[in-house]
Design a binder for this molecule. Structure first.
Ligand code: HEC
Length: 204
């Protein structure tokens, strides 16, 4: 008969006790025992899947500012998904010539000027004051589905690719939100958008 290695028996014991509802009476399990890990697999899976969707969905292209590295512009990972840096005050956007050029973008890829005015990419980190820290998963899903702030507020401006992202299903959006809530907090107050030059002030 094959002898089971001691480590595997030790690893199984707290799990078995937990299953029997006896964990409180057994040896107190360390933080990384299988019993503890087994209690939360869906959340961890969800975060991993969310990270995959955020990376393939290109969220960082616009929401993580670029900085100049050794080989040219690269995402500033210390500011992962924290939106347009509050310290970068943008001068007025240059006037575009007549013709097919339509959009101007900051070197950080986080401020965009076009026919809609100027938009600044949002802070998606879990900071409670300047990011999504106070958002619920439902508010996030409603925003992504309707293209409106929290599902009820103002229209989210270009170039946020809302039409593409409405194809995410409920589980995708839940996973994306779980991942966004797991990344490091960055306190960064993104400025509100500016109306197009010469536009009439908003009527409501
Ligand atoms: C091409 C650039 C671009 C990409 C790619 C992009 N965004 Fe955005 N996003 C923006 C801009 C610009 C805004 C701000 C628009 C505004 O102020 O109206 C924004 C706003 C948002 C908001 C709204 C915040 C609020 O307060 O209402 C959320 C949420 C968001 N993005 C999430 C994401 C996620 C998640 C992804 C990837 C799946 C993503 N974005 C990819 C440009 C982008």
């Amino acid at each position: 008969m094959k002898i089971r290695p001691v480590a595997s028996v030790r690893a199984t014991l707290p799990f078995a006790l937990a299953l029997l509802g006896l964990a409180g009476f057994g040896p107190s399990p360390a933080a990384d025992t299988p019993a503890k890990a087994a209690a939360k697999p869906p959340a961890a899976e969800s975060v991993t899947r969310g990270q995959y969707l955020v990376e393939t969905g290109g969220c960082g292209d616009c929401h993580t500012p670029l900085k100049i590295g050794k080989n040219g512009p690269e995402p500033d990972m210390a500011r992962l998904l924290s939106g347009h840096p509050q310290s970068l005050k943008m001068p007025p956007a240059p006037k575009l010539p007549t013709g097919p050029w339509l959009v101007v973008v900051a070197a950080t890829n986080t401020a965009w000027a076009g026919p809609w005015g100027v938009s600044f990419t949002a802070n998606l980190t879990p900071d409670v004051e300047t990011g999504l820290g106070r958002w619920s998963a439902k508010q996030f899903a409603d925003t992504m589905r309707t293209g409106k702030h929290l599902g009820v507020g103002r229209e989210i401006l270009p170039p946020m690719p809302i039409p593409a992202y409405t194809h995410f299903n409920d589980a995708d959006l839940e996973a994306i939100f779980a991942y966004l809530q797991s990344i490091p907090v960055v306190k960064n107050q993104v400025p509100p958008p500016l109306p197009p030059a010469g536009a009439a002030p908003p009527t409501k």
